[in-house]
Every structure is written in structure tokens, then in C-alpha cells.
Design a protein around this ligand. Structure first.
Ligand SMILES: [Zn+2]
Ligand SMILES: [Zn+2]
Length: 334
């Protein structure tokens, strides 16, 4: 089936229609990740299924365009109209992480009334920071990763969510993904907190702490990422396994003569005999954002917990405090 004639205004209208009506529909949820879509039309930083857009633009059922040759034809139709088509299998940038979105939102919130442009110092700087962070977290793929254009588009995604902007009757450039919205809802009303987290991410990149390679325990899948993102989760976990743990155990043993979970009082030695002697996990109780890079871990900030209680603190967002977990257990056993 040959694609009927169309023009760029019709394509743009189809793009808008896709955003409005289809993007959130179950059929199109995460369509870019599905193997049967090989190409995407790129427009203002967002991806669109080429044949679906053509179908919306021309009114022809998209299944009419199926087949390898037709797919190539569909691509060339939109490319001839000046749109960019990318191969989803190769050049797709990884999805933005919480850490990255927090950095972008921080920049947006600091310049809410007049977001800096694509070539501004601020945007170029953030692009550089994101590349360093991407390297530290192992998600940076190539030179196109989080370039100034992508950073600017991400700020525009946030602007589209900003009631200060949309209430004036303006429509943002485009909508971003679900995580954009979650980050907006978590931090937009608390720009101070957003800035605090962003500062911490930046300083741990600068100090080099972000670059210390992961060991297996850092990647522990039972530990849900903190709302502040991957990097800060990693700093927290590393602190919990610091050598201070040995000292903490010695201190507690000295004082109480045994090691027991501070929440449920489970004692590995009593329960498992000699095998459990000296075993306990360690939890860092300070809020993640107060962990300044390079700062020494203090004994008073460490709590001793059994493996179950420790997992339950970290298994979902937000992480619980020791008191919250204790209160929950008390309520349950009453
Ligand atoms: Zn416990
Ligand atoms: Zn912990």
C-alpha cells in the first residue's frame, strides 16, 4: 500500500492527536519497548510510531502499511516532509532516571518564569553533569546522550506539567513520561528539597564519590531506590556497610552483652546458635539527603537490624524510619 499524499501540518496534527488520545491508552503503553515497532518518528524530543502517525494523518488504517518495504516507504514519507525517523533498536537514549529528572526539575524550578534556552550556560552545564552522572551509573551510551537539546526538552516536559504555566491558557511543548509526572508531584511544591537533592548529586559527582564502582551489594535488588534516585541510594547503602559496623557491634555487645534487632528484638545468636553469632545488619538512620559526600559515618547514626526488618524498611518507596516500622509492628501485634 502506497502512503497517500500528506503534508507536515497534517503530520503535526496527527502527532498532537496521538499525544491527546493514544499515548496513555493500554495499546500504546510502552510501545517503543515492544519489538514489533522498529522505527520512531522523533518530534520535539518525543517518539511516535511512524505508521500510526501516518494513519492518523491520512485516515488510512495503519495495518494497510504493514510489510518491510512499506515500512521503509512510510519512513521516507515522513522524512521527506522534514521529520526525523530513528531506529528504535540502536540509537535510543535510555529513559531518564530519577536522579536525572531531579537535576532537570531543579534547573526548571530555579528559572520557572523564564527557562534558560538550548544554548544557555545553565543547560550546557546540566548536560555535562548528566553525562558525568550517566557515566557513573553506567547508562551513558554515546555522544548524543543528554545533549543540550534533550535537556531543554526535558525542562519543557516539566513546563507542560506546571500549573503556573498552563493556567495562563498556554500549552506546554509536550508531555513527558510517567516518571516526569511523579518527580513533578514529589518535588514541585518543595523546590528547596529538590535543590538539596540536586546539590548532593552534584557534589558527589564533583568529589568523585559517585564514581566508586558498584559492588554486588550496592545493586541489591531487594532494596527499592530512594525517592532521591539511584546515586543517593548507593551512597546510603555504602555507608551502611562501612567498617564502622564492626565498631558499632562491639559497642552494643559491650553495653548489652548481645546483638538484637532494634525493631523486633530478633537475636541471630539465640535463634541460630553459633552460626548466628555476631550476625546482624546495619542501617543508616540519617535522612539520605543529609549524607554529605565524603562525610564520616557516625556510630550514633547506625542502627542494628535483623535482615527482615532491614529489608522491610527499604523494600518500597518511601523508605521507613525505624520508628515507623516499630509502630507498624506494635499496631499489628496488639
Ligand atoms: Zn527485626
Ligand atoms: Zn538501611
Amino acid at each position: 500500500m502506497v502512503v497517500p499524499p500528506t503534508n507536515s501540518a497534517e503530520i503535526k496534527r496527527a502527532i498532537r492527536k496521538f499525544d491527546q488520545d493514544l499515548r496513555d491508552a493500554p495499546e500504546w503503553k510502552d510501545w517503543e519497548l515492544k519489538k514489533n515497532y522498529k522505527f520512531a518518528l522523533q518530534y520535539e524530543g518525543q517518539s511516535y510510531p511512524v505508521k500510526m502517525i501516518l494513519s492518523l494523518a491520512t485516515g488510512i488504517d495503519r495495518n494497510e502499511f504493514s510489510g518491510g518495504k512499506d515500512a521503509g516507504h512510510a519512513n521516507s514519507v515522513v522524512e521527506d516532509l522534514g521529520f526525523k525517523v530513528i531506529d528504535l533498536g540502536h540509537s535510543r537514549n535510555p529513559a531518564w532516571l530519577r536522579d536525572e529528572l531531579i537535576l532537570a526539575l531543579d534547573l526548571y524550578l530555579r528559572h520557572r518564569d523564564a527557562p534558560p534556552g538550548k544554548t544557555s550556560k545553565e543547560v550546557v552545564e546540566l548536560s555535562k553533569t548528566l553525562n558525568e552522572l550517566g557515566m557513573a551509573l553506567g547508562i551513558r551510551q554515546d555522544a548524543k546522550f543528554r545533549n543540550a537539546n534533550g535537556v531543554y526538552m526535558k525542562m519543557m516536559n516539566f513546563r507542560a506539567l506546571d500549573p503556573q504555566f498552563t493556567s495562563e491558557g498556554k500549552v506546554g511543548l509536550q508531555r513527558g513520561g510517567r516518571l516526569d509526572k511523579e518527580i513533578w508531584e514529589t518535588f514541585a511544591d518543595n523546590s528547596h528539597k529538590c535543590n538539596e537533592v540536586a546539590e548532593l548529586i552534584r557534589s558527589s559527582i564533583e568529589s568523585g564519590e559517585a564514581n566508586i564502582p558498584l559492588d554486588d551489594d550496592d545493586a541489591d535488588e531487594d532494596f527499592e531506590e530512594a525517592p532521591e534516585g539511584k546515586l543517593i541510594t548507593r551512597l546510603h547503602r555504602r555507608r551502611e556497610r562501612s567498617r564502622k559496623l564492626v565498631k558499632k557491634k562491639a559497642q552494643v555487645l559491650n553495653k548489652f552483652g548481645r546483638l538484637k534487632c532494634e525493631v523486633c528484638e530478633f537475636d541471630f545468636h539465640i535463634h541460630y546458635g553459633d552460626r548466628g553469632e555476631g550476625f546482624i545488619e546495619c542501617h543508616h538512620t540519617k535522612p539520605v539527603t543529609s549524607l554529605k559526600p565524603g562525610a564520616k559515618t557516625k556510630l550514633v547514626d547506625l542502627s542494628l537490624l535483623c535482615a527482615n526488618c532491614h529489608r522491610m524498611i527499604h523494600v518500597r518507596k518511601p523508605w521507613l524510619s525505624i520508628k515507623e516500622l516499630s509502630d507498624f509492628l506494635k499496631l499489628k501485634t496488639r
